[in-house]
Write a protein that binds this ligand. Sequence first.
Ligand code: SF4
Ligand code: SF4
Length: 263
Amino acid sequence: MNEHRPRIAVHKFASCDGCQLALLNAGEAFLELTRLADIVHFAEAGWYEPAAAVDIAFVEGSISTPEDVERIRAVRASARHLVTIGACATAGGLQALRNGLTQSADWLAAVYASPEYVRSLPDSQPVAAHVAVDVELWGCPVTTEQVLAATGDLLRDIAPAILAEPVCVQCKQRGLACVLVSRGEPCLGPVTRGGCGALCPAVGRACYGCFGPAGLPNTAALARRFEDLGLRREDIARRFLFITPAAQPFRDASRRYQDPERE
Ligand code: SF4
Ligand code: SF4
């Protein structure tokens, strides 16, 4: 093996594997990447060397068990750049909906056939809660373009540019009719980070926030707009918790509507 070739690893934690598909779905571009760099660990694709030292470690999934905590520390120690990919790794993911709830024995027994084997942390946590993260790529899932662009930048020692503008900007760029204004749909696009190309509004659906909070999101103003649309307080509280419930701005917005005393 040429020792000057960059080395890349892809690690999985608590997740659905969808973000790893962003790499596999790259097709020819992924094959080109394997010509430029050594993929030394990517279990889903057949490479298995989890302890290998690498230039870039991509991490999918949230930290949900004591074993995950040990493993992510080892990944951090082995990587020059650690890049989280997707809502689970950057913000705890869907599984963070359980955060703050008491996991009673009844609750576990209702979900799992053998609850005695379940050993999890009280919360599903983003990777950054445990180790330093160099780049966070948001989305559920991330796009192939995001992952390839970040890979190319890091291999050239350039800091990847991460979009902070909201989905609304991408709607305007594509000339899409606004589903919030024209149809009264409770769209989270004004407070959600762009990057998907306004995928949902493009097919007439409201954004549900899978790319996490945009820069400086005005969740209070959007929540008032949802009230004007007739949404009940509990529906507004849930609306901010769909995919990235552990992301602070969305969690705070939701809490304001769960607890009227905080308004
Ligand atoms: S459809 Fe949603 S994302 Fe698009 S402009 Fe309207 S509010 Fe913004
Ligand atoms: S429009 Fe919103 S929910 Fe749909 S893919 Fe984009 S960020 Fe995710």
